[in-house]
Design a protein around this ligand. Structure first.
Ligand code: UFG
Length: 324
């Protein structure tokens, strides 16, 4: 079986990708320092405890495992924290990624799937958002993703690194079989916090801003099921294996749901009342982020299977009840 390095495979999206890789006949090898990942989510392949800040860990890893490709999920992803502590973000998301790319070159591995983000675009100039929109990130987090995407273009030109950058919109949901799911600490994402409020673990859900220029005044986001994200990684890998460089692709469903619509759907799914408190806007939140994913649908044949918000929240709720 072909080995695939899954950097950050003990995390939310990485663990779903490991499961799919295993089911698809690959042998995932997880490289993770467990700073935010969880050992118990490494269930579909070997585990290597390593830190991208350590060149010797990387050398040992690539010596031990002859991998065919690398998928990189190991970034910090709290937008607000990146504003307060940009050094932490540039160090891990940029400098450590350079270590990884250099270790790959050293080992002769030239296929790379990168977890990018819609945060590279900043405030959208048009909706739905397409890949040819200009990069204009408004947070250090978004800038780290932009920098890495630009580096990948240069590495491709100079060293023949074949890569695909997948720009996630709002990753949500959980494994439909309930074997893995979201487990962030601290949790900042809307859906798990809404489910916490439904279960009575928080007194209410704060809604950040009710005066945006959107139909109900709250922000619109494009929620995309984590299992569909995983599928996109598999397609990207196969494309690289065919010798094609993939480029960059948006991953979303093309539908924007407001914060209040998410809460309403969570009430329907859980059958529980969710108390809401309107609070001021959170800094750095664009009013609406909605993807056009036509490029990946056309070029790689991506077809999201779980594109209803109800299914996304139902799977998140099943996982939530299992782990809390
Ligand atoms: N929200 C609330 N209350 C909360 C949490 C969130 O109202 O307690 C709102 C936010 O203001 C936003 C929406 O719910 O409008 C979704 O917020 P999340 O924090 O779940 O997700 P973001 O849209 O902020 O972040 C996502 C990814 C980031 C990525 C970003 C790009 O999680 O990694 O999109 O803008 F950078």
């Amino acid at each position: 079986m072909e080995k695939i390095a899954v950097i950050g495979g003990a995390g939310y999206i990485g663990s779903h990708v490991c499961k799919l890789l295993k089911q698809s006949g690959y042998s995932p090898v997880v490289f993770d320092n467990l700073s935010t990942g969880h050992r118990r989510l490494v269930r579909w392949g070997e585990f290597f405890k390593g830190d991208l800040g350590s060149i010797s860990d990387l050398l040992r890893f690539f010596k031990k495992h002859k991998v065919r490709a690398v998928m990189h999920f190991s970034a910090f992803a709290y937008v607000g924290e990146s504003v307060d502590n940009p050094a932490k973000y540039y160090l891990n998301n940029v400098a450590n990624t350079i270590n990884l790319l250099n270790a790959m070159r050293n080992a002769g591995v030239n296929r790379f799937v990168f977890s990018s983000s819609c945060a590279v675009y900043g405030e959208p100039v048009a909706l739905p958002m397409r890949e040819n929109m200009p990069f204009n990130p408004i947070s250090p987090y978004g800038r780290t993703k932009k920098i890495v995407e630009e580096m990948l273009v240069d590495y491709n030109a100079a060293y023949g690194l074949k890569f695909t950058a997948l720009r996630y919109f709002n990753a949500a949901g959980a494994d439909p079989d309930g074997e893995t799911g979201e487990l962030h600490c601290p949790e900042t994402h809307l859906i798990p916090l809404v489910l916490d409020a439904a279960a009575g673990r928080r007194p209410y859900i704060k809604v950040f801003g009710g005066n945006y220029k959107t139909p109900d005044g709250t922000c619109l986001r494009d929620y995309v099921h984590v299992a569909d994200l995983a599928q996109a990684h598999l397609l990207a890998l196969r494309c690289l294996e065919r010798g094609e460089g993939g480029g960059a692709f948006n991953l979303g469903n093309g539908n924007g749901f407001s914060v209040l619509e998410v809460i309403e759907m969570a009430e329907k799914v859980t059958g529980l009342k969710i108390p809401v408190k309107m609070v001021p806007r959170r800094a750095g939140d664009p009013a609406a982020l909605v993807a056009s994913s036509l490029r990946i649908q056309r070029n790689l044949g991506w077809k999201p299977q779980y594109n209803s918000l109800e299914t996304i929240i139902r799977h998140a709720w099943a996982w939530h009840r299992k782990i809390r």
